[in-house]
Write a protein that binds this ligand. Structure first.
Ligand code: NAP
Ligand code: 8YV
Length: 309
């Protein structure tokens, strides 16, 4: 008999195909009556593919053994509840590091040189009436990275290639890293020209970038958030972008996606991206393959490839 699994949101076609070849897949996101679907399949469901899993959902699935998240960030899964219920959790680390580092540097250049705005300037015929204002460069500047992890290190390497000085903040110093460590985020923001956020979301980091941090970054400072929207106090960020409290922001993630504060749409010192960090064919295919490989390993009784619980 085929193993039954629950899929919580749309996944890549190749991933869905691979899952369908192995399992009986119940698609929660497609169900008109989600409660009815859960009640009907609950006695048989042994795995979840996807995120957005809270304790209440786990409680309804007595046979649940594993949650295979599509993404490295697993803040949408209650890992404490999973641990307490002896449910394994996997994520998709490393396969997206290069895509993430590329979009981070891309967003930095796009913001420094206002690439979306210059494109509009040409298309709207404004160049015929005069030149676009002068801007700034990345080289020679200091970038402070919040979260020098797997992705943060790839961002650091590329920032150095851009002739930037790299410093970082996290909960602990990493002795093998050559970059200067700040144990205080406010101090790092004060010394940095660019603040790049690539730390996990969740309670521990909620609004870690608050008014004090943004004030320290200051009117010449740029913020790039490719980590999670919850890292930033979003209303304060909007206010400081409007008032010139910071110079600009490039944002791939937001507090309540896909909702984006409308006030940002009117600002020229902002570059917006719809959570596209890992959104390339090659990376998403690798992420999907890792979701499937973790489920395969689990049901074959083999060690998981990338377990977080
Ligand atoms: P990682 O290797 O675990 O790195 C996370 C880093 O954050 C570590 O350096 C860690 O350093 C730091 N950190 C963790 N908790 C912290 C805290 N409370 N305060 C300060 N620093 C903290 O993770 P990764 O693979 O690089 O991924 C990082 C995050 O990027 C993911 O969790 C996800 O939210 C986000 N992401 C976004 C996209 C996108 O599409 N935009 C795609 C992929 C990932 P310490 O342990 O020293 O604190
Ligand atoms: C998303 C991400 O998972 O890996 C992460 O943590 O934020 C992204 O890769 C991806 O957009 C799928 O939802």
């Amino acid at each position: 008999m085929s193993i039954e699994i629950l899929q919580t949101h749309k996944l890549l076609d190749t991933c869905e195909k691979a899952l369908a070849e192995r399992f009986t897949v119940h698609k929660l996101h497609e169900a008109a009556d989600k409660a009815e679907l859960i009640a009907r399949v609950a006695p048989a469901v042994r795995a979840i593919a996807g995120g957005a899993v809270d304790d209440a959902l786990m409680a309804k699935l007595p046979k649940l053994e594993i949650i295979a998240n599509f993404g490295v960030g697993y803040d949408s899964i209650d890992t404490n509840a999973a641990r307490a219920r002896n449910i394994r959790v996997t994520n998709t680390p490393n396969v997206l590091n290069d895509a993430m580092a590329e979009i981070t540097i891309g967003l930095m250049i796009a913001l420094a040189r206002r690439l979306p705005q210059t494109d509009q300037f040409v298309r709207q015929g404004k160049w015929l009436k005069g030149n676009f204002p002068l801007l700034s460069e990345l080289n020679g500047k200091t970038v402070g990275i919040l979260g020098l992890g797997r992705i943060g290190k790839e961002v650091a390497a590329r920032a150095q290639a851009m002739k930037m000085r790299v410093v970082y903040h996290g909960r602990k110093r990493q002795p093998d890293e050559p970059h200067i460590y700040y144990d205080n985020l406010v101090d790092m923001a004060r010394d940095a020209d660019w603040l790049v956020l690539i730390a996990p979301g969740g309670k521990a980091t909620e609004k870690i970038v608050n008014r004090e941090v943004l004030t320290a970054l200051g009117p010449q400072g740029f913020l790039v958030n490719v980590g999670r929207g919850t890292l930033v106090d979003e209303p304060v960020l909007v206010e400081m972008l409007q008032s010139g409290g910071i110079a600009g922001a490039a944002l791939d993630v937001f507090e309540k996606e896909p909702q984006v504060p409308e006030a940002l749409f009117a600002l020229d010192n902002v570059v917006l991206s719809p959570h596209q960090g890992s959104a390339t064919h090659q990376t998403r295919n690798k992420m999907g393959a890792l979701v499937v490989a973790n489920l395969d390993a689990h049901f074959a009784g083999e060690p998981l490839l990338s377990a977080v619980v």
